[in-house]
Design a binder for this molecule. Sequence first.
Ligand SMILES: Cc1cc2nc3c(=O)[nH]c(=O)nc-3n(C[C@H](O)[C@H](O)[C@H](O)COP(=O)(O)O)c2cc1C
Length: 338
Amino acid sequence: MTQPTATAASRYADSLRLSVAPMMDWTDRHCRVFHRLLAPGARLYTEMVHANAVIHGDRQRLLGFDPGETPLALQLGGSDPALLAQAARIAQDWGYDEVNLNCGCPSDRVQAGRFGACLMREPALVADCVAAMVAAVDIPVTVKCRLGVDDDNEYDAFAAFVDQQVAAGAPMVVVHARNAWLKGLSPKENREVPPLRYDWAYRLKQERPGLPVVLNGGLASIEAVQAQQGKVDGVMLGRAAYHDPYLLHQLEALQTGAPLQTRQALLRALRPYVEARLAEGSALKHITRHILGLFHGQPGGRAFRQILSEGAHRPGADWSLVEQALAVTERDGGREAA
Ligand SMILES: Cc1cc2nc3c(=O)[nH]c(=O)nc-3n(C[C@H](O)[C@H](O)[C@H](O)COP(=O)(O)O)c2cc1C
């Protein structure tokens, strides 16, 4: 990778302050366009795509994105350095700003394929993968990892894993700050049951002040995010960003000083995108499923959700349904001052 200049490096570090986690079946391009409107400066991540799929699959479907989505990272799955290097090159050619290697997914399918979280036990192989990708592209090659797997409880082993990836050329690390249990827990339980240990991420940062560290796991409020200030370089939100997307907007506004917009105004800004997709033949439900949480905890929020969930799958459903749902939030006093 070409050496970044000091300014490019500090711009990169700044772009790490807020990101939305890669989430299979959730962070598709419709979702990302919506999140981008809410948080113009956040880093967005795709769903994980296996290197083989990038190389042999339908690239338009798997890799296509809206130009407005950037800065955008493609998350790759895999553990074959040559395949990952090829996939990373394709990602760069498609205009991605970063490729990120998944070292955190605990699903049985992923374990069987020898990638995801089980790679935490193969730091040298991961480093080979990172080095191969770094040699193939100019964009940053990063890693999203756990603290360990199963009953691993050695901070030094975790730190050594990170150090090897940094030595191989990764300019930053995203730490989902809990272990992955490879036996006996579903992927969902693996996001809830193993205890969070932010202190490992803090210590990693303290001991390596030059290494940008992004903290992920269980961050679900403004207060929780603010509590990370000065301890890590940035935060990555997953479920909270999806279920309560206005939180992204509030965080972005706090971090940048940009004025808050109302939920209604933000959603109406999505209209041109929605209408363009509908004109291409997409169904409304594929887009609106990502916006159901926009009025989370707000007056009219439940009715908003219900109108969209019930109406969006009907043939011919169009933007007027979204306006109907918005009208309820406005009628019920949802025209809240931002
Ligand atoms: C539906 C869903 C799908 C996920 N898919 C991925 C994935 O493809 N790659 C990945 O690294 N993590 C994936 N994750 C894990 C998240 O990126 C994140 O690490 C985890 O949810 C913890 O963050 P949170 O507590 O903010 O949700 C997924 C999480 C969810 C809820």
